[in-house]
Design a protein around this ligand. Sequence first.
Ligand code: AMP
Length: 314
Amino acid sequence: MGILVARTRQELRAMIGSLKSTLEDAGLRSSVGFVPTMGALHEGHATLIKKSSKENSITVVSVFVNPKQFAAHEDLDKYPRTFDADCELCLKAGAQIVFAPTPEDMYPDDFKTKISVDEMSQVMCGAHRPDHFTGVCTVVLLLLNFVAADRAYFGLKDYQQFAIISRMTQDIVHPTRIIGVTTVREDDGLALSSRNRYMDATARLAAACIPRSLRAAAEVFLSGETNASAVLLAAREVLNSVSGFELQYCELRNAKNLTEVEARITHESVLAVAGFVQNADGVKTRLIDNVILTLDPDRLESLLDFVRLGTAVK
Ligand code: AMP
């Protein structure tokens, strides 16, 4: 069977309903997994879809470039759109339904509601993109309601988004369980991103300083250092040594509530970096990445994998 494409919320409900009844008629329990995306899909997205299809009998992927999360000067119009290839990737990764609504279907003319999560949305990326997370929360809550999934999968690459969505669903007691998925990276550690295709060779080279900086900080942390300034310094030294990289922020935050870690790292923390690299023609690409600093046995393995990836390319 090819992939099913739903263009409206009604079509989506009908498709999910029909797949569920087919499974239930065959005496099988059905569960729905959901992966929200903005399209231009890559292996990072494929990993989320594969995890969902392993853990659920039905997987829905949404492809929607959400105008509400872009500011006027941002890249909404030039955001890459590769719908046919996206559908192929979804099918190969094990999804059954692609939901690709129009902005009018998501936000009818009389739509007035904004969903926002206090404090956590105003820091880090939120300090530089003021309405971004309100746009994200509004669209994600609508999508979660349309799909009514058992589980929804979010990449830890967009860590602040994952933390905010987790907070939102917990606060409003939303029945969908939010699952974070480890960041998929290139061989030199650069996190895969739909925006990576904006970069030329010069920018791409400079971009590699981001995973290098995170790895330097992770190594300092794993050597037993819990002083926040020392860990941050290790990352900043790398970032400041690369002339083609313009730092926006490099911060250490509590992984749960995103408050700043000012003195010692006592709880699971996230070291997050955002900045710009520039192409020869002057076009800039904004990149974000992070590493979770933890000694929790459940998460330590992925931290060690990240550091080992660095050893392989040294
Ligand atoms: P986007 O299409 O950029 O909105 O991303 C859709 C989902 O894919 C989000 O939950 C992202 O965090 C996740 N994602 C994007 N890049 C990666 C990556 N390199 N590894 C894992 N997940 C990712």
